[in-house]
Design a protein around this ligand. Structure first.
Ligand SMILES: [Zn+2]
Length: 451
């Protein structure tokens, strides 16, 4: 049943119209508003964003000394409305600053209505991970946009989902999980770790016969190629969903060729939530203006025009624990023209962000690489690491250390890498002041010279 025609879960005894429990009702209330605001004009959206940013900046000014200084220097005055001119004068927030400031970016006083403050670490695939803090309320917004994404793409809530991602075990959950399962009756979601060999992943997908597949573009490409090579079909599959890396246009064509289905991409980041979702009617993206203000800036920090590619700079609107104001997230995007679908949410034609290589074992098995950043970044004096597979048996660990590594440190790093990659490669260490980004500004934490 299409999610747009589905009846929400209801209170006992009430079949129709449904009366959802309070948290689900609040999610639907937010959804109702999002279904209005997505049609607002760009100007109306921008004005509402400035109002929300005004509230957030006021809070940041009052409770975060780092921002008080920065906002004052930009000419911000807490008793005056925030203008676009003042906002544009706030310096960009670099990842290195977030790393250096640490808890100095954390608000000293978050309103109790925003719930507990939680913390997390970004994926290491963008270089050195950053620690971020959010509120339960910000998580709630995350869920609202997850629901919007299902609504936009009219998913069948009786369809079975498969997720192949990092940090997942081979398991089957009885529902899609929150937020969708809070609001609607959904069926199963099968999960599998992305470090599983590609051919074994395909066997697993054939066994589970799912309608939806969610994974990383690199992994989807390998699965589609394996399907074609083995001449097997995923007969029930309706749609591929991707996140976490850039999508090349030819990947969409490959999914159609291999499985006869389209691909829907999600642009999100752990520290900010959803930045943009694919339009229901087109292959480009709509910025999620109710969650973030996205700027695309050129080399002189001026806004890019339609058709130009620039750096993505994002300001979160609802995270009062650690507001990220004009945060340079190190992705690039091409500004798109307004969408024929009629939604006023700004358009990103394409995202030029992370792209990864697969790791290959001597026996030919391949999988999406994990480099164990969570372990080494907390246990060893390493700022940044780039792993380069030089041959089927040798990988180079290019490290930017904060102090020279001891032999014991190297042994520990090697053990983490062996565990994470899933094979006891010979490891060659090299030490660097800095690891350059590839053309286009991407940092690649894993590169392969094999095949
Ligand atoms: Zn559109």
């Amino acid at each position: 049943m299409n999610i747009n025609a589905a009846t929400p879960k209801s209170t006992a005894g009430i079949v129709w119209p449904a009366l959802p429990e309070p948290r689900a009702a609040a999610l639907l209330a937010l959804q109702y508003q999002l279904e209005q605001t997505e049609w607002w004009s760009a100007e109306a959206l921008r004005e509402a964003q400035m109002n929300q940013l005004g509230a957030l900046l006021h809070h940041a000014y009052e409770t975060i000394p780092f921002y008080r200084k920065r906002l004052s220097a930009a000419g911000y005055q807490p008793n005056k409305p925030l203008t676009a001119e003042i906002f544009a004068r706030i310096p960009l927030l670099r990842r290195s600053e977030i790393q250096a400031q640490g808890k100095a970016l954390l608000s000293q006083q978050v309103h109790p209505a925003h719930g507990r403050v939680t913390t997390g670490v970004t994926s290491g695939s963008m270089g050195r991970p950053i620690t971020y803090f959010g509120t339960e309320l910000a998580q709630y917004f995350w869920q609202a946009f997850t629901l919007r994404e299902h609504v936009w793409h009219g998913r069948d809530i009786m369809g079975r989902m498969a997720a192949i991602r990092s940090e997942l075990d081979d398991a089957v959950a009885p529902t899609w999980g929150p937020p969708t399962s809070m609001v609607f009756p959904t069926v199963s979601c099968a999960t599998l770790g992305v470090r599983t060999d590609v051919s074994a992943q395909l066997d697993w997908l054939l066994k589970h016969e799912v309608e939806y597949l969610l994974s990383y573009p690199t992994n989807v490409r390998a699965l589609a190629e394996a399907s074609l090579a083995r001449k097997v079909q995923l007969n029930r599959l309706l749609e591929v969903r991707t996140l976490g890396e850039m999508v090349d246009p030819d990947l969409r064509a490959l999914c159609r060729q291999a499985w006869g289905v389209g691909l829907v991409d999600i642009y999100s980041a752990r520290e900010v939530g959803y930045l943009a979702l694919q339009c229901p009617d087109h292959e480009h993206y709509h910025v999620q203006s109710e969650n973030v203000l996205v700027e695309v800036l050129d080399d002189h920090d001026n806004p890019c025009a339609v058709g130009e590619i620039g750096r993505v700079v994002v300001s979160t609107l609802n995270n009062f624990a650690m507001p990220l104001i004009r945060y340079e997230i190190l992705d690039h995007a091409e500004v798109g023209a307004s969408c024929p679908c009629g939604r006023g949410l700004p358009v990103l034609k394409r995202i030029l962000g992370r792209q990864r290589n697969m790791v290959t074992f001597p026996n030919g098995h391949r999988h999406w690489p994990s480099t164990g950043y969570k372990e080494w970044s907390t246990r060893l004096p390493i700022l940044q690491a780039q792993i380069v597979q030089r041959s089927l048996t040798i990988v180079e660990a290019k490290l930017v250390p904060t102090r020279p590594l001891t032999p014991a440190d190297e042994t520990e790093f090697a053990a983490i890498l062996h565990r994470s990659l899933g094979y006891p490669f010979e490891i060659v260490f090299s030490y660097h002041q800095k690891i350059p980004r590839s053309a286009g500004g991407k940092f690649e934490d894993f590169l392969s010279e094999v095949g």
